[in-house]
Design a protein around this ligand. Structure first.
Ligand SMILES: *Cc1c(COP(=O)(O)O)cnc(C)c1O
Length: 386
């Protein structure tokens, strides 16, 4: 489906709201029926009807249609966070006694879902180096039911061969789920490679304005309907109609924001590649990235999130670099309008994190909507202060 059609027309129901261009926020918990028969019909297919806003809501429904189309999926659910999107997707596919294979170093709350939460329900797991398909194959057990992917990783950017993973999983009757937050539906559509369930933290690029926490689950109608009837309704994962309105507004500019971010990132990375205080750059489309060829095969472009290793082991110098990098705000998260910096030094200073596999001279940068000149000037100042 045409991208412009999806963003401007799909799912809009303007005749029902005075031909307003922008949809109303239907701030109602409840929807009424004219007759018993009408209500009976709605209850029989709640995922497609408006009965109660914990289930479906007209403002949220517009967003569901657009996001499903963007991910080449039959249906989608919009949920309260990226973390709840992954949790609901995973929980929907396992039962006590099952085994999960997951990529190494997944997003922190995906890690905790397996290690803190699902262990209580007798679901076991293995983390594997999923850059090697053989490592996944060797980890498969008779009770493996789910493979969790995240491509690229959002700190160290390893990727997985999505076609190979989907093919292997299908052979063993294993469902595949991927965290596709980094690439956005514009730059990577895992369903086209045979992946079953795609989740996003739409807090990041999809909303893009650092003002809503939200998530998306995209899959077949059968899987979405099953998640809706169980995890979604039971755990109450719905977002508010107001948040849906904000995400819709953010989504309208996703292509222009991403185009701007991709171009700025390219300029910033070109500058960093030549700088003698940069030891290494982790970015899937960079010439030095070991999986660059695979990245270019399955991603149409690369976002604005990447990591650099500073060419020093002096923690004070790293702190001077970060503190003097004024154009970038220091914070968690990414994908908003504002450029951000996150030094791994922060985690090393936390108790119990000394043995982290991530070296302390790594700094993650997220490029926002500022101009490349503004950001490069600030980087120049920060390197001088190092
Ligand atoms: C932020 C993030 C999440 C979690 O999303 P929330 O909306 O914060 O719950 C999941 N995966 C990745 C890669 C993320 O960066």
């Amino acid at each position: 489906m045409d991208l412009d059609h999806i963003l401007t027309h799909l799912g809009e129901d303007r005749e029902n709201y005075y031909n307003a261009v922008s949809p109303p926020i239907i701030q109602s918990s409840n929807f009424v029926f004219d007759t018993i028969q009408e209500m009976r019909e709605a209850l029989a297919d709640e995922v497609n009807h408006h009965i109660y806003t914990r289930g479906n809501n007209p403002t949220v429904a517009i967003l569901r249609k657009k996001l499903a189309a963007l991910e080449h999926a039959e249906d989608a659910l919009v949920v309260s966070s990226g973390s709840s999107a992954m949790s609901a997707a995973v929980i929907s596919q396992v039962k006590a006694g099952d085994h999960i294979i997951c990529v190494q170093k997944p997003y922190s709350w995906t890690y905790k879902l397996l290690t803190n939460f699902l262990v209580k329900f007798d679901v076991s797991f293995d983390f594997v180096d999923a850059t090697q398909i053989e490592e996944i194959e060797q980890a498969i057990k008779p009770n493996t039911t789910l493979l969790i992917l995240e491509s690229p990783n959002s700190l160290t950017f390893e990727i997985q061969d999505l076609s190979a993973c989907a093919e292997l999983a299908k052979k063993h009757n294993i469902i595949t789920v991927i965290d596709n937050s980094y690439a956005t539906p514009l730059y990577q559509n895992p369903i086209d490679f045979g992946i079953d369930i795609v989740i996003h933290s739409s807090t990041k690029y999809i909303n893009g304005h650092s003002d809503v926490v939200c998530g998306v689950i995209c899959s077949s109608s059968a899987i979405i309907s099953s998640i809706f009837k169980s995890e979604f309704m039971t755990l109450g994962l719905n977002i508010s109609p107001h948040d849906a309105f904000l995400i819709l507004r953010g989504l309208r500019t996703l292509p222009v924001r991403m185009e701007r971010i991709v171009n700025t990132t390219q300029a910033v990375i070109e500058y960093l590649s030549k700088h003698d205080k940069v030891e290494k750059i982790l970015f899937p489309f960079h010439d030095t990235f070991p999986q660059q060829e695979l990245a270019k095969k399955q991603m149409r472009a690369c976002g604005g999130l990447f990591s650099i290793f500073l060419k020093t082991r002096d923690k004070k110098a790293i702190e001077r670099f970060v503190d003097n990098l004024d154009a970038f705000l220091i914070a968690v998260s990414w994908g908003g309008h504002e450029s951000l910096k996150l030094p791994s030094l922060i985690f090393h200073d936390m108790q119990g994190q000394e043995d982290s596999p991530i070296p302390y001279n790594l700094v993650r940068l997220s490029i926002g909507l500022e101009s490349p000149d503004f950001l490069i000037k600030s980087l120049n100042n920060a390197f001088s202060a190092m």
